[in-house]
Each structure stands twice: as structure tokens, then as C-alpha cells.
Design a protein around this ligand. Structure first.
Ligand SMILES: [Zn+2]
Length: 429
């Protein structure tokens, strides 16, 4: 066992349903055995109770739960930074040419390695990963995630129209290829499978029907929705009988409590009501929405309808893998919305990128905070001495203030150490 001592902060409460200040908790020590938290409390209390256990001191900075990224594209790790285009142009010019390269298994293996190295260096220990269009690339992704012990949900991306031909699969091969991948990887260690049509723009009713057949196997579902007005208009044209974008998924039974839909920047009230009724979650991707000019996410309307919301980096359209940057951008967007915005506190921001993500992925009984019995997935944010963040932390008046300064200033360079189910991925710097 190991006793970790420091300033340890999490959000056992939900800041969106109660007083945000009450959602935040701080303790001085955690006791971890075999990767699982078995006690939390003050240093004095835990040392008195467990006098023989070694103590790891985390002096300075904050220890927070491992981040949960609910929308990130692994094949796009080499395609970040394509600015100046709306969604459909960006897909055609930046994202999809890169995704085609993953047909080469050796290339996909390198990309998977770069992707997970980047995630861990950014403090992300759990993710719903938008996969590749190619089966061997998915085998490489799952193998790499398993090797690193990460909590990963992912699946083969399915499309049968509109995209470049090399990225298309037929509904028949989509069914057999996905079923094989589910058998190989779903529920293996910390891995799970997610049925993943790219979006209904590139998936016919026949393909969405295949997705429904696969969902019967107890796996997850993810896709995109309501990201960009031109995209929404095209989807409406392709599904003339649909009431709205969500209906293209709803009428195939694809919207359940195991569904996570990315973006939803332009929903109507009926869509929000249907998402809430079915317990589905929305992944809000703030820097992507801003980079592509997709729009300002209506968080208040989601929360008022009772829709679960978490954060996604949406790399490569997003501006990097570091979720505190997404949280900061989420805060900015709500400020810019004026009276329609939902003012976010540091407790909201921490919740969105940890416990909120765990709840969206149905993992709240295992990760997302430091409750006893949960996996010890953790990030020690401790800036280098003399950095502007270090100066600001020194002058923070309390933990909430310290968190605010971290959201304003932190970068991956401030990630001093990451634990994945109790295993430290890097020696503290
Ligand atoms: Zn995306």
C-alpha cells in the first residue's frame, strides 16, 4: 500500500444540481492498494491508522482525478492546427486524407503510440476514442491502450456514403468486422467497444440499422450531431422523414444511456428533451467549436433539460489533448453567451473533465473522483518553480482559487506525474 499526501481535490458532488462550492472536496491523504483507493482522510489520521505504510509526499500543486476525454479522434493526432475552415472543408482537406493513411497497419501502430503518449502526458487516463475506418488500425489502438492500462472505449468508424471511397464500408462488412472486434476487445481489461457511425451524413439508414444490431451486444454508441449549420442542412436533405438530426439516430434505437453524441451546438428543444428522456450524454468540444466556427454551445439549455454534458478535446479539430484548456474555453464560451450562458466556477470545470466524463461513460462507480473503492487514476499538477503558474499558486487564497489559476494557466508542462490504476507512468519531475 502507498499513502499519498498532498493537496488532493475532487468533485464528489454535482455542481450543476447544487451549490458548486459544495461539489468540491479536499483531503490531505489517500491510501492506495493494488491501484484502488482504500481510505481517504487527513495525513495525521491515515498515518495513525496505517503507521507502516510508505508515504509519497506530493508537495506543491494539486492532485486531481485523471481526466476523462469523451470525444477524441485517434487517427487525427498528426492533423491538429488546420485553422480557417468550417467543418466540411476541414474534414475534406485536413482530417480525412490523414485518416486514409491508417489503412497501413504499421502507420496506424505509430499513430496509436503517439496518441496514447500524448493523452497520458496531458493527464487523460480515460477516453471515449473515435476510432479508425480500418480494422487493423483498431486492433493496434486497442492493443496499445491495453498495454498502457488506460480506460478506453472505442470502435471501428462506419460510413457508406459521401466520404472518399477508401473510407467507406458496406453495411454487410461493417456488421461482420464490428462483431469480430467486439469479440476480441469488448470488456477486456479496461477496454470497451463503441459502435461508431461517423455521422448520419455519411451513414445510410441501412448502416444505422447495422449499428442497432451491434448495440444489442451491450456495447456503447457514439457519433456526431448538430455541429455545423451546413452539415445539419445536408442531413435534413438526406433524411426527408426525420423530425430533426437526433431523429436520424433515434428511429434506429441508437439513443440510450450508453450513447454519447459529440457537439450538439445547434439543438432544438425536442432534441434536448429526447436526449434527457433517454439518459444520453453530450460531449461538449469547446476549442473545436471555436476553431471551426461551429457556434457557441448552449450549455444552459442542456442543463435545464436535464441532459448530461461532459468535455471532449475533439482532436484534431480541437486545439490539443489537454482538457483543462477545453474547460477554460468552455468557460469563455459561456461568458460570451451573456444572459444565455451558464457562468462556470472552478468546481464546474473540474467536474466536467473528471466526474462528469465518468458519468457520461457509465464509469462513475470506478473512476472520476477519489472515493474509496475507485481506481487510483490521478494527475499531479505541479508547475515548475518560478513559472507564472507557480507564482499564482503561491498567492492563491484557497483551493478554489488555486483551481481557477490552474484553469487559466496550466499546460501539459505542469503535469508532474500521472497514475493509471495506481501505476505511475512517469517519475515525478
Ligand atoms: Zn469529432
Amino acid at each position: 500500500m502507498t499513502l499519498y499526501a498532498g493537496t488532493i481535490v475532487d468533485t464528489p458532488g454535482d455542481p450543476f444540481t447544487g451549490d458548486p462550492g459544495d461539489a468540491l472536496a479536499e483531503v490531505g491523504a489517500l491510501l492506495v492498494r493494488d491501484g484502488v483507493i482504500c481510505a481517504r482522510g487527513s495525513v495525521a489520521a491515515l498515518r495513525a491508522e496505517y503507521p507502516d505504510e510508505p508515504v509519497t509526499r506530493l508537495d506543491g500543486g494539486l492532485l486531481v482525478p485523471g481526466f476523462v476525454d469523451t470525444h477524441v479522434h485517434f487517427p487525427q493526432i498528426r492533423a491538429i492546427g488546420g485553422l480557417g475552415m468550417p467543418l466540411l472543408d476541414w474534414l475534406e482537406r485536413c482530417a480525412l486524407p490523414e485518416e486514409s493513411k491508417l489503412a497501413d497497419r504499421a502507420y496506424a501502430r505509430e499513430v496509436a503510440s503517439e496518441f496514447f503518449d500524448g493523452l497520458i502526458a496531458s493527464g487523460t487516463t480515460s477516453a471515449l476514442v473515435f476510432g479508425s475506418h480500418f480494422v487493423p488500425a483498431m486492433d493496434e489502438l486497442f492493443a496499445a491502450a491495453d498495454h498502457r492500462g488506460l480506460n478506453i472505449t472505442s470502435g471501428l468508424v462506419l460510413s457508406d456514403r459521401i466520404l472518399r471511397p477508401d473510407l467507406l464500408n458496406s453495411p454487410e462488412t461493417a456488421l461482420t468486422d464490428s462483431a469480430d472486434l467486439i469479440l476480441r476487445w469488448h470488456d477486456r481489461g479496461r477496454l470497451r467497444y463503441a459502435v461508431t457511425p461517423r455521422f448520419s451524413l455519411s451513414a445510410s439508414d441501412e448502416m444505422l440499422d447495422v449499428c442497432a444490431q451491434l448495440l444489442g451486444k451491450g456495447v456503447w454508441f457514439t457519433s456526431h450531431i448538430n455541429e455545423n449549420v451546413a452539415e445539419i442542412a445536408q442531413v435534413a436533405g438526406l433524411f426527408p422523414g426525420a423530425r430533426h438530426y437526433l431523429d436520424t439516430y433515434l428511429r434506429h434505437g441508437l439513443v440510450t444511456e450508453r450513447s454519447v453524441l459529440a457537439h450538439n451546438v445547434h439543438p432544438d428543444d425536442a432534441e434536448l428533451a429526447a436526449l434527457a428522456e433517454r439518459g444520453a450524454s453530450v460531449s461538449h468540444c469547446p476549442t473545436s467549436n471555436c476553431a471551426l466556427g461551429s457556434g457557441l454551445f448552449p450549455l444552459r439549455r442542456h442543463i435545464e433539460h436535464g441532459v448530461r454534458v461532459a468535455l471532449g478535446s475533439d482532436v484534431g479539430a480541437g486545439a490539443g489533448l489537454f482538457l483543462p484548456k477545453e474547460a477554460l474555453q468552455a468557460y469563455f464560451i459561456q461568458q460570451l453567451l451573456g444572459p444565455d450562458g451558464l457562468p462556470l466556477t472552478p468546481a464546474h470545470l473540474l467536474y466536467l473533465m473528471t466526474r462528469g466524463g465518468a458519468r457520461a461513460l457509465g464509469l462513475e462507480d470506478r473512476i472520476g473522483d477519489f472515493a474509496v473503492g475507485k481506481d487510483f487514476d490521478a494527475v499531479w499538477l505541479r508547475p515548475p518553480a518560478g513559472s507564472t503558474l507557480a507564482v499564482n499558486l503561491k498567492h492563491a487564497c484557497d483551493t478554489t482559487d488555486a483551481l481557477a489559476r490552474i484553469f487559466a494557466l496550466a499546460t501539459p508542462a505542469d503535469v508532474a506525474s500521472v497514475w493509471i490504476r495506481g501505476v505511475s507512468d512517469q517519475a515525478p519531475r
